[in-house]
Design a protein around this ligand. Structure first.
Ligand SMILES: C[S@@+](CC[C@H](N)C(=O)[O-])C[C@H]1O[C@@H](n2cnc3c(N)ncnc32)[C@H](O)[C@@H]1O
Length: 427
């Protein structure tokens, strides 16, 4: 593990923003429906805008984000929170929170386990958790204890997906399983491609219809998309946000803008690689073929959807390009399964195995049944049947390294990356 970053010593004053409490799931003000309008907006959503999408027995917060927001998923996120904690030996953050850390923002807070724990550990700080979906934060607080977190409902994806800019074939070509199957290398968004092409002297963006004026991330011609919070923050945190946005360069610019000088951003997530995949000529040769099919399929589906999954979005170049300094990364390998000998490692490995098994359907279902892999859109039955086989393969793999030395004990790679907005940056 690398060392932690230097201390934030942000001198920001005591800001208080006007936030309103978000409604609780099941309250009269939150509607349930089978369809949802686009919630792309820079305003804070009103409770009457909130609708759920019921699809294949799961509940989703909107029609675009690939993961559900139902009780089943909330239970998984509760376990996953414990895994993140154990991976960091009980710490909630790799930044150093001080008395100057007055305002903390958790973007895509979900059921809010991290936000609640931060508010309890640092009572001097005002903690705000934002999410576009209504989660059962009452259960979170019943389990984790009460907190003074301010919950807000807002759709942070003010950019959406630029569907017209790239065709699906081009998107798929960007995912080369042999080169980087976990998709960890930085990816330019279509907007970034355009910017680069223009700065290299080309007047037409790549893959664009000729007479179209390219300004697709601007939804209303005069209005620049962005987040308009009432005050700046000293720490902005995002966890497990892969596949949420198509335009990560814009996300990091907004985070930078909404931090006070000296404030920190922290992003954390994890991925799981498949062993020796680059050496295999075909997926059928892979020791766990159903798992490999699901893995490859869901990666391809996410590219087709325009919001690729993978941890590419945490690459340090995004932070550096946005202006962050003191960029620092912490990696922790967490075992999947109880194969390690060390007691602590066995404990976290068991929790992560439960988490992986339980969240598998949530991770795969919408992407494979809506977008499909390079060849076809999957049926719900195909996904569920393949998952059943995939689960037995996971159990087999999680038993540990094989005797022939063909595969190591299975681990997930957890990563935290932080960066600081310079003290002399204009507020
Ligand atoms: C995998 S969950 C992670 C939740 C939480 N950060 C955690 O670590 O437990 C991703 C979260 O992003 C939220 N999300 C997805 N799209 C969003 C959007 N456009 N605006 C705000 N939140 C969004 C989802 O509702 C979900 O709560």
């Amino acid at each position: 593990m690398e060392e932690g970053p230097p201390q934030p010593d942000d001198p920001a004053g005591d800001h208080t923003g006007a936030h309103h409490k978000r409604p609780r799931r099941g309250s009269e003000s939150s509607k349930s429906s089978t369809s949802v309008e686009s919630l792309r907006s820079t305003r804070t959503l009103q409770s009457e805008d909130l609708q759920f999408v019921h699809e294949n027995g799961r509940i989703y917060g909107n029609d675009s984000y690939f993961m559900p927001c139902d009780q089943q998923e909330q239970d998984c996120l509760a376990i996953q929170h414990q895994v993140f904690l154990l991976a960091l030996k009980g710490k909630l953050t790799t930044t150093k929170v001080t008395s100057a850390t007055k305002r903390i923002l958790d973007l895509g807070t979900g059921p809010g386990y991290w936000a609640v724990a931060m508010a309890q550990q640092y009572p001097h700080a005002e903690v705000v958790g934002i999410d576009m979906a209504v989660w059962d934060v009452e259960t979170t607080e019943a389990v984790a204890g009460n907190s003074n977190v301010t919950w807000e409902i807002d759709d942070l994806d003010v950019w959406g997906v630029d569907d017209e800019i790239e065709d699906i074939t081009l998107r798929l070509e960007r995912y080369d399983i042999a080169r980087d199957h976990a998709n960890r290398e930085p990816l330019d968004s279509p907007a970034k491609h355009r910017e680069k092409a223009n700065s290299e002297g080309s007047h037409t963006a790549p893959h664009t219809p000729s007479e179209h004026t390219y300004d697709l991330y601007v939804l209303e011609p005069e209005v620049q998309p962005g987040w308009h919070f009432s005050d700046t923050y000293n720490l902005i945190h995002l966890r497990a946000m892969k596949g949420v946005f198509a335009y990560w360069e814009g996300v990091y610019d907004e985070i930078y803008k909404n931090l006070a000088p000296g404030g920190w951003v922290e992003i954390c997530d994890y991925d799981m690689t498949l062993p020796n995949l680059e050496e295999l000529k075909s997926l059928d040769e892979f020791p766990f073929p159903s798992l490999a099919k699901l893995y490859l399929g869901v990666m391809q589906a996410s590219f087709k959807s325009g919001r690729p999954i993978g941890t590419y979005y945490m690459h340090r170049t995004y932070l550096e390009d946005a202006g962050f300094k003191d960029v620092h990364t912490t990696y922790v390998n967490v075992p999947i399964g109880q194969w390690p000998e060390d007691e602590e490692q066995r404990k976290v490995g068991k929790l992560l195995l439960v988490c992986v098994m339980e969240t598998l359907e949530a991770f795969l279902l919408r992407l494979l049944t809506t977008w499909g892999d390079a060849e076809k859109v999957w049926t719900v039955e195909e996904v569920r049947n393949t998952i059943e086989v995939g689960k037995s393969e996971i159990l087999e793999w999680s038993r540990g390294p094989d005797r022939q030395g063909k595969r190591d004990g299975w681990c997930a790679s957890f990563k935290w990356i932080v960066g600081r907005k310079p003290h002399d940056a204009p507020d």
